[in-house]
Design a protein around this ligand. Structure first.
Ligand SMILES: NC(=O)C1=CN([C@@H]2O[C@H](COP(=O)(O)OP(=O)(O)OC[C@H]3O[C@@H](n4cnc5c(N)ncnc54)[C@H](O)[C@@H]3O)[C@@H](O)[C@H]2O)C=CC1
Ligand SMILES: N[C@@H](CCC(=O)N[C@@H](CSC=O)C(=O)NCC(=O)O)C(=O)O
Ligand SMILES: [Zn+2]
Ligand SMILES: [Zn+2]
Length: 378
């Protein structure tokens, strides 16, 4: 292949500083080293976590960087020792790695992987603790080990899921983050049982995927809570059966939900990233067994609180990363489920734009009518 072993110059959206518009730049992407994979990204979606890091509120946010972590593409070349993917393979980069060898992977208790996390948290590759991105010699940090707002990216081999090549990449790119997170929060983290009453705080893509997961798990009532009532129409199509807008009530929202459900819900999910809502989500759970799952990502310096009595009396507080899915094993499985029409994906995509329109895409994301916006990279 002509580009193998060569530096590739391509377009990427660079975040030079927090909140400053992303700049489309010519970026040099170095060849993959041992254990690395260079991917041509064909489609990427935007997730609110990209906006969070761009805002400067992420303690791991480093600038300049290339954001993006919900994408799909084709392997361009692989470094020494890479055996599980080959040039031409269709893949989804995974911000949560799965090495199958580390203490975390072998524990059987978590989907978190420890192999490359220390490097991805500081924007570099594990081999030489350096970035593969540069602009005229200035290094540009990686982000979440994925950096998909670039036409080419380099990732660790433990962070690549090989998928069925018949899957449409412009759709299944969503299986890199938001949709699996919501489905997995229900199926893997909470393990919702048939007949359960579920409350979902925040009806963005993640909250809608929680609703879809809860419906398929046989929940009897799925209560959607959002301050934007326009979300309710779409949410019905994902399984939400009742809607509550906290702005329509004088009482604390947890009291509203407790009153509606004869003492509280069996499971609640916080899909916003607001620590005060996290407290409400815990406290609307039923005494004795109600479980609340934190999905939303809250800014640096934010902390959760509640009366310990809430836990003493049997409520359980949990969190989930990537819905508890083991990335390399489960992403291909999710793609197959999509191909069999067992899970929705297309329905979350409200906008399609080009890489050059990425700043417009971020503006859209903050408007109520946008769930996922997919960018075509070339
Ligand atoms: N734990 C994980 O692995 C992952 C976490 N996330 C996080 O999940 C969160 C949700 O992501 P998206 O669905 O993409 O976001 P989104 O912004 O599309 O959805 C959030 C929803 O919450 C609503 N909302 C805001 N404040 C509210 C309040 N006080 N009460 C009720 N509703 C309120 C908004 O109107 C919106 O509909 C983000 O914090 C994101 O960073 C995303 C992916 C993976
Ligand atoms: N750097 C952030 C971490 C935010 C965070 O919790 N990220 C989620 C994924 S959010 C995807 O859109 C996650 O998987 N966390 C586990 C991990 O290993 O990072 C911060 O410090 O706030
Ligand atoms: Zn995400
Ligand atoms: Zn591991």
């Amino acid at each position: 292949m002509a580009t193998q072993g060569q530096v590739i110059t391509c377009k990427a959206a660079v975040a030079w500083e927090p909140n400053k518009p992303l700049a489309i730049e010519d970026v040099q992407v170095a060849p993959p080293q041992a254990g690395e994979v260079r991917i041509q990204i064909l489609f990427t979606a935007l997730c609110h976590t990209d906006a969070y890091t761009w805002s400067g509120k992420d303690p791991e946010g480093l600038f300049p960087c290339i954001l993006g972590h919900e994408a799909a593409g084709i392997v361009e070349s692989v470094g020494e020792g890479v055996t599980e993917v080959h040039p031409g393979d269709h893949v989804i980069p995974c911000y949560q790695a799965e090495c199958r060898e580390c203490k975390f992977c072998k524990s059987g208790k978590t989907n978190l992987c420890g192999k490359v996390r220390a490097a991805t948290g500081v924007g570099v590759m594990m081999n030489d603790r350096k970035s593969r991105f540069s602009i005229n010699g200035t290094p540009i940090y990686h982000f979440m080990g994925t950096s998909t707002f670039s036409q080419y990216t380099v990732v660790h081999d433990v962070s690549v899921a090989k998928i069925d090549p018949i899957a449409p990449l412009e759709k299944v790119c969503l299986l890199g983050c938001g949709v699996p997170t919501g489905l997995g929060a229900v199926w893997n983290t909470a393990k919702v049982e048939p007949g359960s009453i579920v409350a979902i705080f925040g009806l963005g893509t993640v909250g809608l995927a929680v609703a879809e997961g809860a419906k398929s798990a046989g929940a009897s009532r799925i209560i959607g809570i959002d301050i934007d009532s326009k979300k309710f129409d779409t949410a019905k199509n994902f399984g939400v059966t009742e809607f509550v807008n906290p702005k329509d009530h004088d009482k604390p929202i947890q009291q509203v939900i407790v009153d509606l459900t004869d003492g509280g819900v069996d499971y609640s999910f916080e899909c916003i990233g607001n620590v005060s809502v996290m407290r409400s989500a815990l406290e609307c759970c039923h005494k004795g067994w109600g479980t609340s799952v934190i999905v939303g990502v809250a800014a640096s310096g934010q902390e959760i609180s509640t009366r310990p009595f809430q836990l003493v009396t049997g409520r359980v507080w949990k969190g989930t990363a990537f819905g508890g899915f083991k990335s390399r094993s489960h992403v291909p499985w999710l793609v197959d489920k999509y191909l069999k029409k067992e899970i929705k994906v297309d329905e979350y995509i409200t906008h399609n734009l080009a890489l050059a329109q990425i700043n417009e895409a971020f503006h859209l994301m903050h408007e109520g009518g946008c769930f996922r916006c997919v960018l075509k990279m070339a």
